[in-house]
Design a protein around this ligand. Structure first.
Ligand code: SF4
Ligand code: SF4
Length: 337
């Protein structure tokens, strides 16, 4: 699709205007790191970030999501589903996090769509930002998830000169550019040429080179390997790998009641917790730490791809950087090659 250009002043004006008319969520400075928050103006945004500690998946799947509240009065229960209906613009998302939505879309969307997830997904426009300097731990190109563009971008922004090239990828993205057309202009020939060479540079910028080819099929041979037991000795079952992962979606549902009123909420859960797969009656198909750790990797690299046709890892590198025991999915992939 046609490339547009916004210089830095136009970009600031656009961000300020969007923040006034929609819910604008983007990366902000958070101590020494970055996190995604609702922002009020361009001044809050930090677009020179590498990647946020927690992915912006919470926009679609909040860490704690109140599904309904009820009150039983006079023998009659009245339930309401809370939650805003605002249009959201998710700005400055890294391509890997945009690509991870393909997993959530398959699981939470589709024929049996989760109305909470689907509603948020439909109301949100995704503007991703090409990764000019990927981190050491990033390996998104192994899964076709970055670093130049994401698979669920409505618009892809790439830093070129003192501004951004904006390429609409969907009708929704083209509609946004039309709505705010006074801030965009067609990219000039020299901007388009610089954009092409920058995109070539970014595509070669990853330091970790990894192939995920046939990894799921090759994992069949590794199922009973001692490797899982040895790896699990290091795992402290903290669940960090699940919570920071943009492609993890497991949750628990909790009811709370007081008197005649109550609520039902769901919150993020982790397959690394010993209670996760325990069933009523005490049966547990994954009773040991090694079972649970092995399951995490088979789920991501074999079960989800076989069921839904997408890898459940986008190579964002978060679990690699944040696991307190240095358990590294890249080693697992290499082991199964
Ligand atoms: S982050 Fe590391 S230690 Fe924590 S549960 Fe995951 S694999 Fe285990
Ligand atoms: S498994 Fe790790 S590297 Fe892969 S998407 Fe999840 S957090 Fe990122």
């Amino acid at each position: 699709m046609r490339a547009h250009y916004l210089d830095d002043d136009s970009f600031s004006m656009l961000a300020d205007r969007v923040a006034q008319t929609k819910c604008l969520i983007g990366p902000v400075k958070d101590g020494d790191n970055s996190s995604f928050k609702r922002i009020a103006s361009r001044r809050d945004l930090r677009l020179d970030y590498t990647n946020s500690v927690v992915s912006p998946k919470f926009v679609f799947l909040p860490q704690l999501d109140e599904l309904l509240v009820y009150d039983v009065k006079g023998g009659e229960a009245k339930a309401t589903t809370p939650g805003g209906k605002e249009d959201v613009v998710l700005l400055g998302v890294r391509p890997c996090d945009s690509s991870a939505l393909s997993v959530l879309d398959k699981v939470m969307g589709g024929k049996q769509a989760d109305p909470y997830y689907s509603g948020r997904r439909q109301r949100t426009l995704i503007i991703s930002l090409s990764c000019s300097e990927p981190r050491e731990a990033c390996f998104c190109d192994a899964f076709g998830a970055g670093p130049f563009e994401g698979t669920n971008d409505d618009i892809t922004l790439t830093r070129v000169g003192n501004g951004y090239i904006a390429v609409p990828k969907t009708r929704k993205g083209a509609g946004f550019i039309k709505e705010f057309k006074e801030h965009f202009r067609p990219a000039s020939r020299s901007e388009t040429e610089r954009f092409r060479s920058e995109s070539d540079r970014i595509k070669q910028a990853l330091k970790t080179r990894l192939s995920s080819e046939d990894v799921g099929a090759k994992m069949d041979k590794a199922l009973n390997d001692d490797f899982w037991q040895e790896l699990s000795w290091r795992c402290v079952e903290c669940g960090v790998c699940s919570f920071v992962c943009p492609a993890c979606y497991c949750f628990d549902v909790v009811d709370e009641a007081e008197g005649s009123a109550g609520s039902r909420s769901r919150g993020w859960d982790s397959c690394q917790f010993c209670t996760f797969s325990k069933m009523a009656g005490g049966l547990d198909p994954r009773p040991t730490k090694a079972d649970r750790l092995r399951h995490r990797f088979y789920h991501k690299l074999q079960y989800v791809p076989r069921t839904f046709g997408v890898m459940s890892c986008v190579g964002c590198g978060r679990c690699v950087m944040l696991c307190p025991s240095n358990i590294d999915i890249r080693e697992v992939i290499a082991k199964c090659q």
